[in-house]
Design a protein around this ligand. Structure first.
Ligand code: 5GP
Length: 341
């Protein structure tokens, strides 16, 4: 199963750049910056931590990606790693930062440059989502959206959407809807982290706003601090959900893999994809996520293929890219499952 999961062409729709940095990438960035401290030994989780501890570790990587060159290098190395793991298409998200050494536009440009420079070297196709951090102000979110719209005009095939993320204990989704509407009017898709903590009121508001995709959706039903009404509203919405098994287990929002809400959404035939979230922090590749899912929920290779194939319809890139991914997945199926119809 492990080899199958590695070889299966996969679609990664929920990966945060700074949470995805591997130890070797962090070390390279440290060398370039001439930094010598053992901060990075605290980056990867060996055991479950609280959500607040999870959010604190991102600062370790962000301190190393504080110039356009560092953002570009971090992006290039990360793309290479996802490609080597058999990812065929990914949407890489990151919160553009402004500091005395770079503007938000330069931050986004660095990610785009890395994607363009590696495009001839790797098979994987990459698009960018910029993240709004809900801990920050609406004015800061506005700045990010203006920068994203400007860059999306220049690189419409690379910059395809906005992600709403950050510590769910801080900030109110409703405060950001107007500014998210602006990005939608400019043709950008939107994915929203939802129900990472029990907050039915906010989750219902998010559903009402109708994002193009949702992340996590952990506290979703009577079974886990939600209600039947909430569960029915999520299913009725048919909004695709990005599920990150290891991330949820390691952050302690889900007790064990067997308890993961993958099972309920899968059985309900709700559109889902599997994702890593922060492969550097949680130490799990996308192949490993497929393998864990298969072993925990007794899935066949055909069912895993279906998860990957169905994720194509959930991507934010255009129909040509969808068509191309579809052909590659079908070719893989024809070569690997002679008996599949
Ligand atoms: P960056 O945006 O700097 O590339 O990646 C790290 C950031 O992504 C974190 O500071 C946080 O805002 C966001 N992030 C990463 N993982 C999660 C997660 O599991 N949930 C939420 N809500 N935000 C996350």
């Amino acid at each position: 199963m492990e080899t199958f999961c590695k070889n299966l062409p996969k679609i990664e729709l929920h990966a945060h750049l700074n949470g995805s940095l591997s130890e070797s990438t962090l070390k390279q960035l440290q060398r370039i910056k001439n930094v010598d401290n053992d901060d990075i030994s605290n980056f990867k989780f060996d055991h479950s931590k609280s959500t607040s501890e999870c959010f604190a570790v991102f600062k370790i990587a962000q301190a190393l990606t504080d110039t356009p060159d560092a953002v570009k290098l971090a992006t290039s190395l990360t793309l290479q790693e996802f490609n080597d793991d058999g990812v065929l298409y990914m949407e890489l998200r990151s919160t553009p930062r402004r500091n005395p050494k770079m503007t938000k536009v330069q931050y986004i440009q660095s990610m785009v440059d890395a994607i363009i420079d590696t495009s001839n070297l790797i098979e994987m196709k990459t698009c960018v989502l910029t993240s709004i951090d809900r801990r920050n102000t609406v004015e800061e979110a506005e700045e990010t959206i203006i920068a994203t719209i400007e860059m999306a005009k220049k690189y419409p095939h690379i910059i395809v959407g906005i992600d709403f993320s950050g510590d769910p204990h801080i900030g109110i989704f409703g405060d950001f809807t107007k500014i998210l509407d602006t990005s939608r009017c400019a043709g950008l898709k939107v994915t929203v982290h939802a129900a990472e903590i029990p907050n039915e009121k906010e989750t219902l508001e998010i559903l009402e706003w109708k994002p193009d995709r949702l992340g996590h959706v952990t506290y979703n039903s009577e079974r886990n601090a939600g209600s039947k009404h909430l569960w029915n509203a999520i299913l009725k919405s048919q909004i695709p959900i990005e599920l990150c098994l290891t991330s949820n287990v390691k952050c302690g929002t889900v007790k064990s893999y067997a308890d993961h809400h993958f099972k309920q959404f899968f059985e309900a035939k709700h559109p889902i994809s599997l994702a890593t979230d922060d492969k550097g922090v949680f130490g799990s590749t996308l192949s490993e996520e497929y393998d864990i899912c298969a072993k925990t929920f007794d899935l066949s290779e055909e069912q895993l293929w279906n998860i990957s194939y169905n994720a194509i319809s959930q991507i934010f890139a255009n129909d040509d890219i969808k068509q191309n991914l579809s052909s590659k997945l079908i070719e893989f199926k024809n070569n690997n499952f002679k008996s599949m119809t």
